[in-house]
Design a binder for this molecule. Structure first.
Ligand SMILES: Cc1ncc(COP(=O)(O)O)c(C=O)c1O
Length: 261
């Protein structure tokens, strides 16, 4: 469960404007969502969402809907809001910078250099820094770098993991449940993905140590990268799964083990 209701307000006339906003969104946004993925109502209900949930404000650990109900926000922007919603020093820093301008194309600027220096100091693996606005963009960069580095094109990912809205990300993220998967065959989640992408995307079962070991042993040398969510959505890794991925990718020489949070 992602949002936990901590306070319930009685129904009031906000409900009408909320429903109106929802209906307008349904008309304007493909699949009535802002992202790429449409979640069926059954899944939203399982995840604790009401059918109509329109957030209007966030502060610290909490988020409020249009009716004034408060919720504890366990998602925190998938980790990007590590200091919670609207941390005062972040609000201040953003306000200060926005008043000086924020769009300088890709021109080197002091805040970018200072941030890159800090990342480089605090994360030893970050020898070079490339900023990205979204996770999908970052995964794209990482996969392209892995392909360039290894001279190979195939990437192994795991069924049910989300890595962004690019073609490889939309392979077996939400596969239909009317047919059993045939690993490592990918199943596209969206129309419009050209068949060639399927040939370069291999899909494995998350947390199946034996499968991963056997597959990487026999076909690891075809891979440019293995991408995995260390905690896949809500599923923690079984003991030894990530270790096997790391060990087998190292054994295969130059495969990149890209671990995404
Ligand atoms: C593990 C992981 N990778 C990539 C992404 C894609 O990020 P974005 O939605 O910013 O493109 C997400 C987003 O939920 C994610 O959880």
């Amino acid at each position: 469960m992602k949002f936990q209701s901590i306070e319930k307000k009685p129904k009031n006339n906000f409900e009408d404007s909320q429903t109106k906003l929802w209906r307008t969104a349904e008309k304007l946004f493909p699949g009535s969502v802002l992202g790429t993925v449409y979640y069926p109502d059954e899944i939203l209900k399982l995840a604790g969402f009401k059918q109509i949930f329109i957030p209007v404000r966030g502060e610290g650990a909490y988020i409020w809907d249009m009716q004034g109900n408060a919720y504890l926000d366990y998602t925190m922007g998938m980790g990007t809001l590590i200091t919670g919603h609207c941390h005062p020093s972040i609000v201040r820093a953003v306000q200060e910078q926005i008043s000086r301008g924020v769009q300088f194309l890709n021109m080197i600027n002091e805040p970018a250099v200072l941030l890159a220096e800090k990342i480089n100091r605090d994360i030893p693996a970050a020898e070079k820094v490339r900023f990205a606005s979204t996770g999908a963009e970052a995964v794209n960069y990482a996969i392209r770098a892995a392909r360039a580095f290894t001279g190979r094109s195939k990437v192994l990912r795991f069924e049910g993991a989300y890595h962004g809205n690019h073609d490889l990300g939309l392979m077996s993220y939400l596969p239909p449940d009317d047919a059993l998967p045939i690993f490592p065959e990918p199943r596209p989640d969206s129309a419009g993905i050209i068949p060639e992408v399927k040939r370069h995307t291999l899909v494995g079962p998350f947390n199946d140590i034996q499968w991963a070991q056997d597959f990487l042993h026999s076909r690891g040398s075809e891979l440019a990268a293995v991408i995995v969510e260390p905690i896949q959505r809500f599923i923690p890794p079984v003991s030894g799964f990530l270790k096997v991925l790391r060990e087998e990718t190292i054994k295969k020489g130059d495969i990149d083990g890209c671990h995404w949070h």
